[in-house]
Design a protein around this ligand. Structure first.
Ligand SMILES: [Zn+2]
Length: 256
C-alpha cells in the first residue's frame, strides 16, 4: 500500500464518519480514490472490495472463459509488428510483467493497438474444453479510444524456452520497481506460435477493476516451456489465475 501525503486538516464530519477506517483507507477515501488490496485467494469477492471493482461482480462479459463450442468463422488475420526490446521487468505483486517500448503494435479488424506490456499467469486463465495449460502469457495492447486487445499464448511443458531465459534470470522474487536490462534484446515475436489460428471474443480484464474493454485473441497453438522454468515461476506465484467466468450472451469465434 502506497503511503500518501498527510492531510493535516480533516473536516470534522468526515473524520467522525470514517473513524473506523485504517489510515491509508481514510486517506484514499478523502482523495476519492480506491486502493483496495486484492489477491487470488479472494477473487470471488473482488467486486465487494471497491466501488470501482463492481464489474468483477455484476459484469456480464467477464474473462477468462472456457474456450469450447466456438463458432467457426472467416476471421481477418491479426497483423503483429514487434521489434526486439530491452528488458524492462517488474514484479507488481500479482505477476511478472515486461513493459514494452513504443513502436510495437498489432492491427485487429483495421484498428491499431499499441503494445503496453506482457505478463504471465500460472496456471493458464483460459481453458480449452475445461483443460488448463501450465501457464499463459498476455500481451496487452491499447488503441486510441482506450480499448484493449489482449493476445493470449498458452505455455505447455516441453523444451526449455530460450526466449524466456533472460526474463527468468532477472525475475524479481518479490514486489519491486522496474528493473531495466539494456543489453538484452528480447525477441517477442518468437513468443508467438507459428500457427496463427485463434479464438476471439469480447471480454474483460482478468484483474480488478475487471473492465469490459478487451478484444481477446487467444492462440490455439501453445508454445513450450520447461518444467524447471514453470517451477521457478510457481515458487513466486503458486496461483495467479482468475477462475473461469460464464460466457453469457457472447459469441466465441474461431478461425476456420
Ligand atoms: Zn493477464
Amino acid at each position: 500500500m502506497k503511503r500518501r501525503t498527510l492531510i493535516t486538516s480533516i473536516p470534522i464530519g468526515l473524520a467522525a464518519t470514517t473513524f473506523s477506517l485504517s489510515y491509508p483507507s481514510l486517506m484514499a477515501a478523502i482523495a476519492g480514490e480506491k486502493h483496495a488490496e486484492w489477491g487470488y485467494n479472494n477473487s470471488e469477492h473482488w467486486g465487494d472490495l471497491a466501488q470501482d471493482y463492481a464489474a468483477c461482480k455484476i459484469g456480464n462479459e467477464q474473462s477468462p472463459i472456457d474456450l469450447r463450442s466456438a463458432i467457426k468463422s472467416e476471421l481477418q488475420p491479426i497483423e503483429i509488428s514487434y521489434q526486439n526490446i530491452p528488458l524492462r521487468l517488474i514484479n507488481n505483486g500479482h505477476t511478472i510483467q515486461v513493459n514494452s517500448n513504443p513502436g510495437n503494435y498489432l492491427i485487429l479488424d483495421q484498428t491499431k493497438f499499441e503494445l503496453l506490456q506482457f505478463h504471465f499467469h500460472h496456471p493458464s486463465e483460459h481453458t480449452i474444453t475445461g483443460e488448463k495449460y501450465p501457464m499463459e502469457i498476455h500481451f496487452v495492447h491499447k488503441n486510441e479510444q482506450g480499448l484493449l486487445a489482449v493476445v493470449g499464448v498458452f505455455l505447455k511443458e516441453g523444451a526449455e524456452n530460450k526466449i524466456l531465459e533472460p526474463i527468468w534470470k532477472a525475475m524479481p522474487n518479490h514486489k519491486s520497481s522496474e528493473k531495466i536490462i539494456k543489453e538484452v534484446a528480447l525477441s517477442m515475436t518468437e513468443l508467438l506460435p507459428t500457427n496463427s489460428n485463434s479464438y476471439r471474443y469480447f471480454g474483460s480484464l482478468t484483474t480488478p477493476p475487471c473492465s469490459e474493454i478487451v478484444n481477446w485473441v487467444v492462440f490455439q497453438e501453445p508454445i513450450e516451456i520447461s518444467s524447471a522454468q514453470i517451477n521457478q515461476f510457481r515458487q513466486i506465484f503458486p496461483l495467479n489465475a482468475r477462475p473461469i467466468q460464464p460466457l453469457n450472451r457472447r459469441f466465441l469465434l474461431t478461425s476456420i
